[in-house]
Design a protein around this ligand. Structure first.
Ligand SMILES: *[C@@H]1O[C@H](CO)[C@@H](O)[C@H](O)[C@H]1NC(C)=O
Ligand SMILES: *[C@@H]1O[C@H](CO)[C@@H](O)[C@H](O)[C@H]1NC(C)=O
Length: 410
């Protein structure tokens, strides 16, 4: 913390140099604080991961096969509802899974495929082995357990992770930040772009769903910063009209920050490659809760297009788009997106405290996209209970790690 404080102070000093207004100073300081708060792993969550990893080596129950051998055929049975979640946050994953199962009208038809990284695998496996969501079924897989994910099939990802631009980007070349500093929101986005989260394989993983789940036809992919509040079964009945990706479009809303996004929001139209390839007015859509028709997907070249554009962005020194894994997907899925009703997926709970609580209550899926994740200190206190209600505070691991304990005091 001490080191971070010093580092933060130095960054601030550089950033503040050319700023005149006190107001800007404090808004910026707040954004910086939020950045550090949002990228640091809270102690409780770290503790949970360590203890569950420990449990994996010491307790045979934590290592038991998931699902049990007699249920293995269900993992590729298309008469079930298959949900896929990629996360390295065990607590967040547990909330997604238990809220989905609890909200389902047919929990016995729910199959969860939880994918995590190699480091988190033992802990994630322990959690779901020790906390059954029966009658729903859960499998836990590490990225290292997919034979398909080889360097050969995923050529650009390693290149991206090793790319000097990304390293500088992440480890900070602070000049770039200060040039955007008149707008704290732009700054927040830039800082967010530096987070390792945006350059990890887990985050790009959804572009490989057809190959990772070769026998599945239709799946729902969920982000780990969401809560499911309604039965999602009807998603499988939506006629996607031959399209691949059922998603909520994000260009038809009122608010500037979340629901009025077009391609110009995500791409650098001053760059000739973007300018001649894309339409700035094209509507954007959201990741977080998508229904994917993998059969339709397998007939497309979405993955190649995605790879092509990742490479183009590398060639251009990462100047084609701002951050995240959504921009290359916005290009790759062009013409393959079917807009679904916005009430399926409400965005922005990590950006805006002023979110309308009545709409939050009604939404099928609420999404804490933005920095203020519900498991962080900086969470919005009025929105946090929609998430914490799915945390099991009588669980020994949760209790012993004092997760979000201040809540008890209120
Ligand atoms: C956008 O592209 C232009 C032209 O290549 C470049 O000068 C500029 O730095 C880029 N902007 C960002 C934010 O990368
Ligand atoms: C919460 O955890 C306790 C103790 O592990 C367990 O007995 C109980 O079934 C859990 N409750 C839910 C709703 O998962």
């Amino acid at each position: 913390t001490f080191y971070l404080a010093i580092f933060g102070a130095r960054v601030s000093a550089v950033l503040m140099k050319n700023m005149d207004k006190e107001v800007k100073r404090s808004r910026l300081a707040e954004q910086l604080y939020k950045h550090y708060a949002s990228t640091a792993i809270p102690k409780g969550i770290h503790c949970l991961s360590l203890r569950l990893t420990d449990e994996y080596s010491s307790n045979a129950h934590a290592r038991k096969q998931l699902p049990p051998p007699e249920l293995l055929p269900l993992l590729s049975d298309n008469s079930f509802q298959h949900y896929i979640l990629a996360s390295d946050n065990i607590l967040a994953a547990s909330v997604v899974v238990s809220s989905t199962v609890r909200s389902s009208s047919v929990p016995e038809k729910v199959v969860f495929h939880v994918i995590t990284d190699k480091k988190t695998y033992p802990g994630m496996h322990s959690w779901f082995a020790l906390n059954s969501v029966s009658p729903a079924i859960v499998e836990v897989k590490g990225v290292h357990q997919f034979d398909w994910l080889t360097r050969e099939n995923v050529p650009v990802l390693e290149a991206i992770e090793n790319h000097r631009g990304v390293r500088n980007h992440y480890h900070g070349d602070h000049g770039t930040v200060s040039s955007a500093s008149d707008n704290p929101r732009v700054l927040a986005s830039k800082l967010q772009a530096r987070s390792p989260k945006y350059i990890s394989l887990l985050n790009h993983l959804r572009i490989y769903l057809p190959e990772l789940f070769p026998s599945l036809n239709k799946v729902v992919f969920l982000d780990d910063d969401i809560v499911v509040q309604r039965d999602l079964s009807p998603l499988w009945e939506i006629d996607l009209e031959g399209k691949v990706n059922g998603a909520v479009e994000t260009c038809r809303g009122e608010d500037n920050w979340v629901m009025s996004k077009r391609f110009r929001t995500y791409f650098n139209f001053s760059h000739p490659v973007i300018d001649r390839s894309l339409d700035p007015d094209e509507c954007a859509w959201a990741y977080g809760m998508n229904i994917f028709d993998l059969e339709a997907w397998r007939k497309t070249n979405i993955r190649d297009t995605y790879h092509f554009w990742l490479k183009e962005n590398l060639k251009a020194g990462l100047t084609l788009w701002k951050f995240g894994t959504l921009p290359p997907a916005l290009i790759a899925f062009r013409g393959h997106v079917h807009g679904i009703d916005p009430s399926w997926h409400m965005l922005g709970l990590g950006y805006q405290e002023s979110t309308d609580i009545e709409s939050v209550k009604k939404a099928a899926v609420i999404h804490y996209n933005g920095q203020c994740k519900p498991w962080l200190d900086i969470a919005f206190k009025n929105l946090q209970p929609f998430w914490t209600k799915h945390v099991n505070y009588s669980n020994d691991f949760i209790r012993n790690c004092h997760i979000l304990e201040p809540l008890y005091d209120r």
